[in-house]
Design a protein around this ligand. Structure first.
Ligand SMILES: [Zn+2]
Length: 334
């Protein structure tokens, strides 16, 4: 079969790979006369299945973003963060994009080997004050809630509070890269996968807050709204509403079923013998299928025929060399 391959693409046998669980998109080369979909068992995607976002609270519900934010504001104004209140507030600190994590101590018994470093509102306030940072409501970003546990979850960027690292280190906590957590997570454990999804959601929101400080229309400062779920331009003449950014990406496995081969790519930064599925950002005015065909043709010279959707996955951090990209990557399958 006369494929036109660039030097960074290659064909691999797929008979074994297709029994695995992590394939995301299959696209067919029309010259290879692909016909039927293949059976692939798919388990959970990393960063999907966030347990704190299972349902949306009504505006009057104490768990709703606006109600919880009002409670938060009242608590901070009255300096009563050490008193018990309902719902309980838990805060997940991040430093330079890394969530606070502790060892669960259960790894020997088969349980999760890490846990998120949730702080109470009072603890968070004390830690910040030790670094001479005042805890104000606009620093906190609403993540979601668990009504059955009477808890509302928040995230905060504490990169400016350098003293927190040593303070929390003495409690056996540290700030860990999300990719490291992803590798350390048992994907068959729904609790760990849920925690990973919470951390990913929080990371994406905080990253967006850090990179959207000014209005893209008039240049004025932006201010958080709805407990940090969106922002608004502070210019009264503009008042533009700004929502968290996502950058859709396609990830595809191009297959030559007839000849039992898959088309993979290799980048210069990869370690020896490392190959990956093709992927690329979707361009404005482009469908998912068109993006798959364009990216494959651009990257490898191979023309793709039928494209079949498989599943989608949130992705909280930089992807494919994009420094600040926050991506929601749809994935397709044939
Ligand atoms: Zn503006």
């Amino acid at each position: 079969m006369p494929f036109l391959l660039s030097s960074s693409a290659a064909l691999f046998s797929i008979s074994k790979a297709l029994s695995c669980r992590t394939l995301t998109l299959l696209a067919a080369n029309p010259r290879c006369q692909f016909s039927t979909a293949m059976s692939i068992s798919l388990n959970s995607h990393a960063f999907a299945g966030n347990p704190s976002r299972l349902r949306t609270a009504k505006p009057s519900d104490p768990f709703s973003p606006n109600s919880a934010f009002q409670t938060l504001k009242t608590l901070l104004l009255s300096n009563s963060t050490h008193e018990s209140f309902s719902p309980d507030f838990k805060v997940l600190p991040f430093r330079k994009g890394r969530p606070l994590v502790g060892s669960s101590g259960d790894s020997g018994s088969g349980g999760p080997n890490w846990r998120l470093g949730w702080l109470s509102l009072g603890e968070c306030k004390v830690f910040l004050e030790k670094s001479e940072v005042s805890l104000v409501e606009d620093l906190l970003v609403y993540l979601g809630f668990k009504a059955e546990e009477d808890v509302v979850y928040w995230a905060i960027d504490v990169s400016e509070a350098s003293g927190m690292v040593s303070e929390l280190g003495s409690r056996q906590f540290s700030f860990v890269e999300l990719r490291t957590l992803m590798v350390a997570t048992d994907w068959a454990d729904p609790i760990s996968m849920g925690d990973l999804a919470v951390a990913g959601h929080a990371r994406a929101l905080l990253e967006w807050h850090a990179t959207s400080r000014f209005c893209g229309y008039c240049g004025a400062k932006t201010v958080p709204m709805e407990a940090g779920r969106r922002k608004s331009c502070s210019n009264e003449m503009c008042k533009k509403r700004i929502y968290p950014r996502v950058d859709p990406v396609v990830i595809m496995l191009v297959i030559d079923k007839e000849n039992d081969r898959a088309l993979l790519s290799k980048q210069s930064r990869y370690v020896p013998r490392m190959w990956s599925c093709l992927a690329g950002f979707i361009e404005p005015g482009e469908s998912l299928e068109e993006a798959v065909r364009r990216e494959t043709l651009e990257e490898t010279g191979v023309e793709v025929g039928e494209v079949v959707y498989h599943s989608s996955q949130p992705w909280p951090g930089p992807i494919m060399g994009s420094k600040n990209g926050i991506s929601d990557g749809p994935a397709l399958i044939r």
